[in-house]
Design a protein around this ligand. Structure first.
Ligand code: ADP
Ligand code: MG
Length: 565
């Protein structure tokens, strides 16, 4: 065996770069963190080919002295900590002193910096030289030809569009955590994203998601002595199919933590379906000594003391806030003059979702613990699809099919939870034939269909006979097809997750067994529909998340007839 040798610095840097620098995104994350640590109020990210050819991050921060500039690219060189007491009290985003060393191990770096706005110096890692140049207060780090000397890494980069989407996503999140800093991304001379830096998180949310979404956020805070939680939470009518818009920071450091994510999702319980996720931004401020950020080189994973307390607080504060939201979208009518073909001037009414969606609170009934619909009286049917109601506050339109879907969905979910099925034997058993592939996947689970009220016999892996079904399924018009669809829900997932099966079957059956549009409902039908809807946990959205009820306020109607002054 060879003798043991201490590695030379450039080899050590190259190895460290393997962990820290994976793609343009990682370079940008480190450079932006450095600019934030340097107290910049403006950070500009300029890219060529999504950062694959060139990245320049410029800031107006405190800058670096001439003699310190060459040290920036040395490994374990940092101005942020100097002893082990500092390490348990980290208040900066960087502290390991290895980012610039790692980046300059795999690219051609130029750093330009000025501490006074008068004298500016530029260092190049390739020439290892420093020269005086013209420039402004702050620092600009230029990274060229990423992975020029590690071709394997280079080959693993994805399509520039994908690299750019990763970068934009990260910068959006960081800009939300630092609303006081103005960020901009420019790729191949085209502006991609920017924020104003006016310290208003709602303005950043508008830059990120547009104003239609950002107006649906509520801001909540709580302070427990040990920690302060500050959150922007989106109304549950807006959902995402992944957790990517759950943004969490601890002491304004962007982190990933499955337990905190789960606490947020738990807070939304009853409002979101399986596989639906909220849009949330949550910051937790706590004493830095209670957080260990030094457990991973990219500093995204952290350890937090008293995580359980935190989780409970988060779930509760979210749930409490959600109970105060209004779930009936309210519309304002904007009148516009329109010239028709025969030059006649008519008024056209444009429906706009009002800015004030959350204007009145739901009444929560103490007995049932459900949200109740407002008290209103039935005034008629529209297109045999919508039911019209009125009260002093306005006119309400209720979608009869969506309402029935919600009622049936909740009945199914309750049935699956309690399992008090009332089985009905089928006079003529239904036979279901599956393909070989489906059969192999379904066979291990066929007995579990009893969990959703269906008793099956297996004649082989591919042939099943349905013996008995819960009485609820009697309403299905095309039972064998529906049952086949349920079986496919199991085989498509390749595994049986009962919670998901309940949800999927409930949504599917709710839709199939509901009254359809174009079916006339009389006053008695309407009364019964409203009573059942009021027994629902959530009488405001159908299981697919569409609104059941919409409102136009009396004020808006009076405005239409110019009677409001
Ligand atoms: P770390 O951030 O962990 O200290 P880095 O390698 O990222 O390590 O940076 C090394 C040092 O370079 C920092 O400690 C800081 O002193 C200096 N530095 C880096 N970027 C900037 C910047 N944009 N403005 C001012 N100083 C910077
Ligand atoms: Mg750093």
């Amino acid at each position: 065996m060879n003798h043991i040798k201490v590695m030379d610095e450039s080899l050590a840097n190259l190895i460290a770069a393997g962990e820290v620098v994976e793609r343009p995104l990682s370079v940008i994350k480190e450079l932006v963190e450095n600019s934030i640590d340097a107290q910049a109020s403006k950070i500009i990210i300029e890219l060529k080919d999504s950062g694959i050819s060139q990245i320049i991050v410029s800031d107006n921060g405190i800058g670096v002295n001439k003699e310190d500039i060459p040290l920036m690219c040395k490994r374990h060189a940092t101005s942020k900590i100097s002893n082990n007491i500092d390490l348990v009290n980290i208040t900066t985003l960087g502290f390991r002193g290895e980012a610039l060393a790692s980046i300059s191990a795999v690219s051609k770096v130029k750093i330009t910096s000025s501490v006074d706005g008068l004298n500016t110096y530029q260092y190049s890692n390739i020439e290892d030289s420093i020269i005086k140049v013209a420039g402004n207060q702050g620092t600009s780090v230029e990274v060229n030809n990423l992975f020029y000397n590690t071709p394997v890494r280079f080959k693993h980069l994805s399509h520039p569009n994908y690299e750019l989407s990763l970068i934009t996503n990260l910068v959006k999140q960081v800009s939300l955590i630092y609303p006081n800093i103005s960020f901009s991304i420019i790729n191949n001379d085209k502006p991609v994203y920017s924020t104003v830096g006016n310290n208003n998180p709602l303005d950043v949310l508008t830059s990120m998601y547009g104003s239609n979404v950002s107006k649906e956020f509520s801001h909540i805070t709580t302070n427990s002595g040990d920690f302060t939680i500050d959150a922007y939470i989106a109304h549950p009518i807006i959902t995402r199919a992944s957790k990517k818009d759950i943004i969490i920071s601890v002491n304004h450091r962007l982190i990933k933590n499955i337990k905190l994510e789960q606490a947020i999702i738990d807070g939304y319980k009853g409002y979101l379906h399986t596989n639906q996720y909220p849009i949330v931004y949550l910051n937790i401020d706590l004493d830095p000594s209670l957080v260990d950020v030094n457990i991973h080189p990219t500093k995204q994973q952290i350890k937090i003391s008293f995580l359980n307390d935190l989780n409970n607080t988060i779930s509760n504060m979210f749930h409490n806030e959600l109970t105060t939201l209004n779930f009936i979208p309210e519309y304002s009518l904007n009148q516009e003059e329109v010239i028709t073909n025969n030059q006649e001037v008519v008024s056209e009414v444009k429906f706009d979702k009002a800015q004030t969606t959350f204007d009145f609170k739901q009444v929560k009934s103490n007995e049932t613990n459900n949200w109740q619909l407002p008290v209103f009286s039935f005034i008629g049917n529209l297109y045999q699809t919508y039911l019209l109601f009125q009260n002093e506050e306005g006119l309400y339109l209720l979608d009869q099919h969506a309402a029935q879907e919600r009622i049936n969905y909740e009945k199914f979910m309750e049935l699956f939870a309690n399992k008090d099925f009332i089985y009905q034997q089928l006079m003529i058993p239904i036979t279901i034939n599956l393909s070989n592939e489906e059969g192999t996947l379904f066979y291990p689970h066929y007995q579990e269909m009893e969990q959703v009220g269906i008793k099956l016999d297996a004649l082989s892996e591919c042939v099943y006979q349905i013996k008995a079904i819960d009485q609820f399924y009697q309403r299905c018009q095309n039972l064998d097809n529906d049952l086949l669809q349920m079986i496919r829900l199991v085989t498509n997932n390749h595994q049986l997750n009962l919670a998901e099966l309940y949800e999927d079957v409930a949504i599917m059956m709710a839709c199939k067994s509901s009254i359809k549009a174009h079916q006339y409902l009389d006053r008695l039908d309407v009364d019964s529909l409203l009573t059942q809807l009021n027994e629902c946990v959530n009488p405001f959205t159908c299981p697919h998340g569409r609104p059941i009820i919409n409102k136009i306020s009396k004020y808006e109607i009076e405005k239409l007839f110019k009677r409001n002054n």
